[in-house]
Design a protein around this ligand. Structure first.
Ligand code: SAH
Ligand code: SF4
Ligand code: F3S
Length: 463
């Protein structure tokens, strides 16, 4: 269908009768996964074939992440690998997502193989951008906003993830934590209408999905332009009302991530207590346990404020799982500040913790500060916190032995051929003997052993 213009030097023939194949590789958070899924659907609707390997695809796209330096570099490493793989042929190469939005046309200079740079809001225009590149345009750049009224929905039948569906409810970020690039790559917060979200979830449920994740950089900052779809639902904030509206769809398992501490209203906990299908898992990143560092990060809360939110979660009727993100080695972080982080982690007793070494991001306010915690010291703090968490987590996981968890069967285990793997409603990874006929079903699993980051068990429900 699409014919790439031929340059004098390299003649690349794409048969008129064959359609163009596109390979899309995704890095980064669930927002990027959701965008890639939408891109897939739009590309197929426009007549492109999707390819599972970059080796023979006509078009290679990378949906990129810029949150830390290492993540941002990954795309350039991958482009180098593709260049070596594809000597003699000339695929169209496109960079999408956060690196594209931030670096813009400088990517063309950095990597002459790249023909398309498509920012975080260009997903729906990808078919046209690719066509322009196939017609020979060397530098196709799109860093524009989404079109007014752009449809977010991904039809249930077209989704690439078959068992858990991501449903974006808000994109962008207005918080401007001093270390973070996301407000620059994703723009300002924009919330979808609740009526659209609820309609999408009804469709997913009718199609057979058992679990959805409401996603956004900060889901609990949800603030739609109108009340459409929220009428009749109570709640202290629009997000609390949305949770109740989504629970009322009857979707079997509903999770949401990420929550921002400052906007975390205790009514979220009340909504979970009232509705069994709102899962008992809260991801509430704290970043640091030191008030001095929290202030320098401009998080807008103290460690004490955060712990009050955690108390509300711990006082719930249902036992909740709590997970968090921490940055070690923020500029100016002393051993004493770091000690406060370790203390907070011990006090909360997290079910899971994502620890990151501070990574300077150009253009953020923190980049102006002296990145004065040495590489070795960051590594030492990382290892110390990881070890503290490992011990705490083992105790928490050990308590699950003997309990029965409802597990959504998501895929065969990568570690053992006879095992399947999935998540509990409290978002623990659970492995158990099983087979592919169980995929997409919810099984009751009795936990028999606790590993470091997963549980092991046996199905007790009838097949
Ligand atoms: N909106 C979410 C987080 C999104 S980014 C929140 O505020 O909680 C995911 C995580 O990446 C953050 O929680 C933070 O721990 C980490 N992160 C973001 N920028 C970073 C940086 N410059 N260096 C190291 N870690 C970073
Ligand atoms: Fe980044 Fe802070 Fe926004 Fe989270 S809330 S995405 S850490 S700026
Ligand atoms: Fe990365 Fe962009 Fe998500 S920077 S974490 S892919 S919003």
């Amino acid at each position: 269908m699409h014919v790439r213009n031929v340059s004098m030097k390299s003649v690349r023939l794409v048969s008129q009768t064959m359609s163009t194949s596109v390979y899309l590789e995704t890095f980064g958070c669930q927002m990027n996964v959701a965008d890639s899924e939408r891109a897939d659907v739009r590309l197929r609707a426009a007549g492109f074939d999707l390819s599972t390997s970059p080796e023979d695809a006509d078009v290679i796209l990378f949906n990129t992440c810029s949150v830390r330096e290492r993540a941002a570099h990954k795309v350039f490493t991958r482009i180098g690998e593709v260049r070596r793989q594809r000597i003699g042929s000339e695929p169209v190469v496109g960079v999408m997502g956060c690196v594209a939005q931030l670096e813009g046309d400088s990517i063309f200079d950095a990597s002459p193989l790249v023909n398309i740079v498509a920012g975080t809001r260009a997903t729906d225009r990808l078919p046209q951008l690719i066509s322009r590149a196939l017609q020979g345009e060397r530098r196709v750049l799109d860093l524009d906003e989404r079109a007014e009224g752009e449809v977010w929905d991904v039809p249930a039948s077209d989704r690439t993830s078959k068992h858990v569906a991501f449903v974006p409810i808000i994109e962008g970020c207005n918080k401007f934590c001093t270390y973070c690039i996301v407000p620059y790559s994703r723009g300002r917060e924009k919330s979808r209408l609740a009526s659209d979200i609820v309609a999408e979830i009804h469709a997913l449920r009718s199609y057979g999905y058992k679990e959805i994740h409401l996603i956004g950089q900060n889901v609990n900052s949800y603030r739609p332009k109108t009340d459409d779809g929220l009428e009749g639902f109570k709640g202290a904030t629009p997000f609390c009302r949305l949770l109740r509206a989504v629970a009322a769809t009857g979707m079997e398992r509903i999770k949401f991530t990420t929550s921002f501490p400052r906007d975390f209203h205790p009514d979220i906990v009340a909504a979970i207590d009232e509705n069994e299908n709102l899962c008992e898992w809260i991801h509430l990143p704290v970043q640091s346990g030191s008030d001095r560092i929290l202030r320098a990060m401009r998080r807008g809360h103290t460690a004490g404020d955060y712990l009050k939110r955690i108390d509300a979660v711990k006082n719930a009727r249902r036992k909740m799982s709590i997970t968090s993100d921490i940055i070690v080695g923020f500029p100016g972080e002393t051993r004493e500040d770091f000690g406060k982080t370790v203390k907070l982690v011990e006090q909360v007793g997290y079910d899971g913790l994502y620890i990151f070494k501070y990574s300077e991001r150009r253009g953020t306010p923190a980049a102006k500060l002296d990145d004065d915690v040495s590489r070795e010291e960051k590594a030492a703090r990382f290892a110390q916190l990881e070890e503290a968490q490992r011990k705490l987590q083992q105790k928490i996981y050990d308590r699950y032995v003997g309990r029965v968890l409802d597990v959504l069967v998501e895929r065969p285990s990568s570690k053992s051929e006879r095992d399947m793997t999935g998540h509990s409603t409290c978002h623990k990874v659970v492995n158990f003997p099983g087979d592919v006929s169980m995929l997409g079903k919810v099984k009751s699993v009795r936990v028999t052993a606790a590993k470091q980051n997963s549980l092991y068990g046996e199905i007790i429900s009838a097949p």
